[in-house]
Unconditional design. Structure first.
Length: 142
């Protein structure tokens, strides 16, 4: 997910082309998430990303988005994180970082249950429902 800096950014759309996808796949492992044979989200990781809050070698940055409301709070995120953590370990990383918007309580609960710890915040990082929210940076050692 990208940060939304102001209300008007909520309406902004981005053109996704085969070229932009191919450029993304050079440095990032990207997976579609399906539930009941329907696409419900995506997950990804990249090693030694510029997105890291605490740039340590051997760290993977994780992105997880479940956009389909019918798949939220159904264990899909837990299964996705289990799979990502396994793949990251196989790829040789020993540490994971991720960012979660502070309004996303279900995701915060998931990450806390999986052993992720807060390591910092990007203050007033994204706009949602009439106000600015922090991005909570979290880590886990495998």
């Amino acid at each position: 997910m990208r940060p939304i800096r102001k209300k008007n950014d909520l309406k902004e759309q981005f053109l996704v082309t085969l070229d932009t996808l191919n450029k993304r796949l050079v440095k990032e492992f990207v997976y579609m998430i399906f539930a009941n044979e329907q696409p419900v989200g995506q997950m990804s990781f990249q090693k030694n990303s510029e997105l890291l809050y605490n740039n340590q070698p051997g760290t993977a940055w994780v992105g997880l988005m479940i956009g389909e409301p019918s798949a939220q709070r159904m264990g899909v995120g837990t299964a996705a994180m289990e799979y990502l953590e396994e793949q990251i370990f196989i790829e040789g990383s020993k540490r994971i970082e991720l960012g979660v918007f502070e309004f996303n309580k279900p995701a915060l609960n998931l990450y806390n249950k999986r052993g992720y710890k807060e390591i910092g915040r990007n203050k007033a990082f994204t706009y949602w429902q009439g106000r600015m929210w922090d991005n909570i940076c979290m880590e886990k050692y495998l």
